[in-house]
Write a protein that binds this ligand. Sequence first.
Ligand code: 13P
Length: 248
Amino acid sequence: MKKKLIAGNWKMNGCLSANEALIHALRSGLPATVACQVTLCVPSVYLAQVQSLLTGSGFELGAQDMSAYEGGAHTGEVSAAMLRDYGVRYCLVGHSERRQHHGETDAMVALKAQRALACGITPIVCVGETLAEREAGATEAVVKRQLAAVIHVNGHCISEIVVAYEPVWAIGTGKTASAAQAQGVHALLRAQLKAASSQADRVAILYGGSMNAANAAELLAQPDVDGGLIGGASLKAPDFLSIIAAAG
Ligand code: 13P
């Protein structure tokens, strides 16, 4: 059985002192053996600090976004190669906050995933429907369209990505998808990946959206839920440690 992957998404939170305190608390609270993989997706300006704080922890370093371009005249952008310079192993692409507030299209997300793979970074491709889309019965069509764009551009490399299903209505709202709702969408995504690659069973499909210490075990017990992408609860060491324990 593949190890579960627990990814913390700090979003635009943190400062030098808070980051140090959080990572210190996580490291001192970890049991001697951790059965899952853990990554922290931190703001780019803190990559160097967090890389140093994580040395020897077994945690992997992650980023929250990257440029679709290789380099050059793209003021303000950070390239995959730059992230790789700091030892970044995972990078979120297509988080709903970037799709909603920064105009990211399916095509841009697919290019970012491709660029990440080319630099040896595993893209965590985020998909998910809004409340209006769910109520209109469009959940399946939306997540399949979002994933299809990434499959189209990345072809047989698709087994190298991680997918995160994050229903937009569950992000930061305290409303979690039920375990059955999450499993239902994860099974659809798995079938879509299988149709594209014989290696699709290798792809970790994470659930994100108000995952917390209380609901993590039930969500992570679903057959197609291979881990979690955690926002708010990843900023609180005891909560994040409980989720890590639930993934064991
Ligand atoms: P919350 O866990 O705060 O709902 O955030 C989920 C998320 O967007 C992680 O990427």
